[in-house]
Design a protein. Structure first.
Length: 124
């Protein structure tokens, strides 16, 4: 009796599914309803512009790092008399351009650190 014959085909870990080796065709077939990134609608030209915006100016990189926060400013715990009442989740992820803004901030930080040799610890 082999151990592998008694193990399940999938392992469930906190809403993630790790497929068994024979399930690749099943996974590809079940996720076809999700639209690819290039077909996401009316904001796609703005997304492309933000993704392709070159960061080659030191002042622009500093402005972007100051304007785009490192963490969502709305996420917080509401505490009353030392007890946590509830948690307000990060609302920044509701922004349809969230990924592009995080990416442009990261590129600005990389430009300042790599090309300008500046200390970027003030932006964290």
């Amino acid at each position: 009796m082999k151990v592998f014959s008694n193990t399940p085909n999938r392992i469930f870990l906190a809403s993630w599914v790790i497929p068994h080796h024979g399930d690749e065709k099943e996974n590809n077939a079940t996720h076809h309803h999700i639209a690819p990134r290039h077909q996401r609608g009316i904001l796609q030209p703005l997304r492309n512009w933000l993704d392709n915006l070159p960061i080659s100016d030191r002042q622009l990189a500093h402005r972007l790092c100051k304007l785009i926060p490192a963490q969502c400013p709305f996420e917080r715990d509401v505490v009353f008399l030392g007890k946590k009442l509830f948690h307000i989740p990060p609302m920044c992820k509701l922004n349809p351009l969230y990924e592009e803004l995080v990416g442009i901030r990261f590129r600005a930080l990389c430009y300042l650190a790599d090309s300008c040799q500046e200390d970027i610890s003030q932006y964290f």
